[in-house]
Design a protein around this ligand. Structure first.
Ligand SMILES: C[S@@+](CC[C@H](N)C(=O)[O-])C[C@H]1O[C@@H](n2cnc3c(N)ncnc32)[C@H](O)[C@@H]1O
Length: 438
């Protein structure tokens, strides 16, 4: 039986979702966070770039065989959360410290809260404090200096809404004291409603809401806080017994971690696409709110650690260290066709960076392990960028063997050229396997 549905794809400039037939289970198409946004815990922080939770558990069950799983582009930790629910330990790399916080809180702090005797009482006392007259009064005394320092003269918020958010943050620190896991859960609740409480919206990129957009929308910060807390409280209490921790490996998956050599049975990931998404700038309000940055300028330190995936993180001084003839053939066409010289640099830089990441993956994988990634192609100035083909070639140069290729979704660019999202599964042929344990 086949049903039809609009498939929401990762937001790529110039790409729109198209109607696709969706086969009945076990197949599924369109692997994005939209499938997860109403699921317990996944729903705490909506990450448009996130993975579909359902999709992951199939791979985890099939390939992990109880050993550690790694996601080199952790994002909101969907892989890690699904692994944790199955009792499988996991590691992740993630450049964005806010996203790292999201992952660690959803998994590790939730576990602490679930087994603690004081979690419910702590949330209740925080809730009462937010509803109190004292809280309302405290908002007036809140200093907006840190906001002004970070975003001088930018009216991202209505002033009173911003005051309430900042007062709620101070209150979390006051009420929770040293009980870090409860404090982190509350701070995640607050950070998760920051954009919703602002004059901004995040649809692919963070941008100002347009006149007339969301006409029925009313910002009520206290209400948003209470709703998010109820969601978190419910999901903590409803969590099953099965748990395994998620461990942060490093900020930049291009950096090799010697201790992970031969350790992972499954590397499962959704790398950035070559599409211009700026993962760092898109979360600048949350990064500031949780004190990871003091000014917009500080975003650049994280951009530098991100792989080259958008024109905004093409760093002119960072020359690609790896070169490939098959990439050059396309990049040269872009040299001629592109009005912006950052586009060919983006393609060259992306492939060079992915080579570093895949090389590390190759060394981290156990002999019988699998690398599974989902990737999509793109199109710029009429030139097709076959990112899936690039990844396949780079991986095969590193000794990986393509075991399976599955088309997850078909898409099209603005000029109606066909594009797709594919899943690639690689294994390491036995003869060339690394020396890791079997
Ligand atoms: C497509 S998103 C992954 C989403 C994730 N699958 C999820 O379900 O939330 C890609 C992530 O890679 C991160 N990233 C980009 N460059 C990185 C690097 N060099 N090392 C580690 N993470 C990186 C970005 O910050 C972003 O969160």
């Amino acid at each position: 039986m086949r049903a039809s549905s609009a498939v929401q794809l990762p937001d790529l400039p110039g790409l729109e979702p198209i109607d696709l037939p969706i086969p009945a289970a076990p197949g599924r198409l369109g692997v994005t966070f939209r499938d997860s946004k109403s699921l317990p815990v996944h729903r705490w922080y909506p990450y448009v770039e996130g993975f579909s939770a359902d999709y992951l558990s199939q791979h985890l069950l099939k390939h992990s065989r109880g050993a550690t799983v790694y996601d080199p582009f952790g994002g909101s930790g969907t892989v890690n959360l699904e692994a944790s629910k199955l009792g499988i330990e996991s590691c992740f790399s993630e450049t964005n410290p806010f996203m790292r916080f999201v992952t660690e809180t959803k998994i590790n702090a939730r576990f602490e809260a679930r087994r603690s005797g004081i979690f419910v009482a702590a949330i209740q006392s925080y809730r009462r404090a937010v509803l109190s007259a004292r809280f309302a009064r405290s908002t007036q005394a809140i200093s907006l200096d840190t906001y002004e320092e970070a975003f001088r003269n930018r009216d991202f918020f209505v002033e009173n809404d911003l005051r309430q958010l900042l007062a709620a943050k101070d209150l979390a620190i006051e009420v929770c004291g040293d009980t870090q896991y409860v404090r982190d859960l509350i701070l995640l609740a607050l950070a998760s409603i920051v954009v919703q409480s602002s004059n901004m919206t995040r649809r692919a990129d963070l941008r100002r809401r347009r006149e007339g957009e969301y006409t029925g929308r009313k910002v009520d910060v206290r209400q948003f806080i209470l709703q998010k807390l109820s969601q978190i409280e419910h999901d903590v209490l409803a969590s099953g017994d099965s748990f395994a921790p998620a461990r942060f490996l490093n900020e930049d998956s291009r950096d090799f971690d010697a201790e992970s050599e031969g350790q992972f049975s499954l590397i499962l990931t959704s790398p950035p696409y070559v599409n211009g998404t700026n993962y760092i700038r898109n979360t600048k309000l949350e990064l500031w709110f949780l004190d990871f940055i003091g000014s917009e300028k500080e975003l650049s330190q994280f951009n530098k650690k991100s792989i080259t995936c958008g024109i905004n993180n093409v760093i002119k001084s960072r020359r690609p260290s790896n070169h490939f003839d098959f990439v050059e053939a396309i990049a040269r066409k872009l040299d001629d066709a592109s009005l912006d010289d950052r586009i060919p640099s983006l393609v060259r830089g992306y492939c060079s960076d992915m080579m570093d990441v895949l090389q590390n993956c190759r060394r981290y994988l156990r002999r019988d392990g699998r690398l599974v990634l989902d990737i999509g192609d793109s199109q710029f100035y009429g030139v097709h960028i076959p990112t899936d083909f690039f990844i396949e070639k780079i991986a095969s140069n590193l000794g990986f063997e393509l075991e399976k290729r599955v088309t997850l979704a078909r898409r099209h660019s603005r000029d109606k050229s066909p594009l797709q999202q594919v899943e690639l599964t690689f294994r390491v042929p036995f003869s060339s396997a690394s020396s890791g344990p079997r």
